[in-house]
Design a binder for this molecule. Structure first.
Ligand SMILES: Nc1ncnc2c1ncn2[C@@H]1O[C@H](COP(=O)(O)OP(=O)(O)OP(=O)(O)O)[C@@H](O)[C@H]1O
Ligand SMILES: [Mg+2]
Length: 452
């Protein structure tokens, strides 16, 4: 049997040489590139069976680049197994990577034994019936829940989907607003058209027009070419304006205008463009109240809020928790192609009684994190879940330390939202280094979803 070839894509030379040594000793042929842009050529000449892919090149610690490279590899070379290496334990990043078809992931500093087990597993797969289909599921937008509250929401979704009415989706963070927006689009007559999401919370006021309406080359310094805006891209489909409560008053005027006139001009152009889009928006703020304070235009409020769909907090529909738990456990086990771990009814009961300030997103994170930390266990019990709660939920103990911590968490969350989850920009704004921001994200279990 030929020696199996492993390619390292990793910009840290010390990591490279220690891995080369380890894998070489185990009888693998190893080669390495330390820049992502050299990877493609090397893959074509070296023809590895396995790639160890670093997710965090020093130029970009958000993991974006690693995920992008992973996608390219999965598309061009579906037979190569990829193991991800990440510098910090971000469950979201790992899960995203697994959805894109990575076989496994290691967090640095990795355990050599774990790494060898993972490689050996892949090796046996290669020699058995090797399934080269990427396991990325199609977009999974199943909405779980059988509580009366969620039934009411879903029946409202059905009724409004086929209309052209603009819908404002409200609810606390993590209650499923985006999921509902997608559901409305895909059930509407526009389902075949584009669904364009714009996160207004992350959009600086100065970029609002060029982002939404587009610009002509030379419209401003830095406009090197024509760029189509989001309204143009969304034509004949749906535009979803997320975090609309964050929109500044100036931008509100511009948005109102395009909604009233159904037309707009690109920056640097006098040509009026028609737009045919259905508007959905979401916020976790009380827009009515903000409007009362003069911070949100009332005319805009009424225009976007023809219909309101309010998503109840998870604590108000605890009876949905068992279904959600089972669904998330099943999904993550499928993703990892392992047996679904057993959860005793008492464990599920206990989970149903916990506090989830971050609602369904938090529940999902807790399940995924716990599963990943106990990947080989046949049963997950209360004490396996506890640490994930501690990083995710602030305890009940009152006190100044906790308040300080809560403030810190809140500040970090805001910075992340504002800078569209860019670690570098958020760290800069917070006046801390990227690595100390990572440490805090880890410590507080702040979900930070990498954008691909
Ligand atoms: N009813 C549900 N069934 C299954 N998954 C759900 C449900 N509701 C939410 N989720 C999942 O929970 C996570 C959070 O949902 P989503 O992003 O839609 O929330 P959100 O209200 O937009 O949150 P935020 O205000 O923080 O942006 C997503 O991963 C989503 O798929
Ligand atoms: Mg959202």
């Amino acid at each position: 049997m030929d020696q199996m070839k492993i390619l390292l894509i990793e910009d840290d030379i010390t990591v490279c040489s220690s891995l080369k040594l380890l894998l070489g000793k185990k009888g693998y042929t190893v080669d390495a590139v330390n820049q992502p842009n050299l990877a493609e050529d090397k893959i074509n000449t070296f023809k590895p069976e396995i790639i160890l892919l670093d997710m965090n090149f020093t130029i970009d610690t958000s993991g974006k680049q690693g995920l992008k490279l992973l996608r390219i590899i999965r598309e061009a070379h579906p037979n190569i197994s990829v193991i991800l290496m990440t510098g910090w334990a971000t469950v979201q990043l790992a899960v995203t990577g697994m959805k894109l078809g990575a076989k496994d992931f290691m967090t640095k500093p990795w355990d050599n034994k774990d790494l060898m087990v993972s490689i050996e597993n892949i090796k046996s797969l290669h020699h058995g019936s090797f399934d080269n289909q990427p396991k990325g599921e199609s977009r999974d937008s199943r909405i779980i829940g059988s509580s009366q509250q969620i039934k009411d929401v879903l029946s409202l979704v059905d009724r409004v989907a086929e209309t052209e009415a603009s819908v404002l989706i409200t609810g606390e963070s993590g209650t499923g607003k985006e999921l509902i927006a997608e559901a409305i689009h895909f059930k509407s007559k526009r389902a075949q058209g584009p669904f364009v999401k714009v996160n207004l919370g992350a959009l600086p006021e100065t970029l609002f027009e060029s982002e939404l309406f587009g610009h002509k080359k030379g419209a401003f310094t830095g406009a090197h070419s024509d760029r189509e805006g989001r309204f143009g891209v969304a034509n004949n489909g749906t535009i979803f304006l997320d975090e609309i409560g964050e929109l500044g008053l100036n931008s509100q005027v511009k948005l109102l205008r395009v909604l009233q006139e159904k037309s707009y001009e690109m920056l640097g152009s006098s040509e009026t463009k028609k737009t045919d889009v259905r508007l959905l928006s979401a916020t976790n703020k009380n827009l009515h109240k903000i409007a009362g304070e003069g911070k949100f235009r009332e005319d805009l409020f009424y225009r976007i809020n023809l219909i309101n769909i309010h998503l109840p907090a998870l604590r108000d529909r605890r009876e949905d928790i068992p279904d959600l738990v089972n669904y998330f456990v099943k999904n993550i086990a499928e993703l990892y192609e392992t047996e679904k771990p057993y959860l005793h009814p008492n464990t599920i009961d206990w989970l149903s009684q916990q506090e989830y300030k971050g609602n369904i997103r938090q529940l999902k994170n807790i399940i995924e994190r716990t599963f990943l930390l106990h990947r080989s266990k046949k049963e997950l019990v209360q004490k396996d879940f506890l640490p994930s709660f501690q990083v995710n939920v602030s305890s009940n103990k009152a006190g100044q330390a906790l308040n300080l911590q809560e403030n810190e968490i809140e500040t970090i969350r805001k910075a992340l939202a504002k800078y569209d989850h860019s670690i570098s920009s958020s760290a800069r704004a917070l006046g801390i280094t990227r690595s100390s921001l990572y440490r805090r994200l880890e410590k507080y279990g702040i979900p930070h979803e990498p954008k691909i």
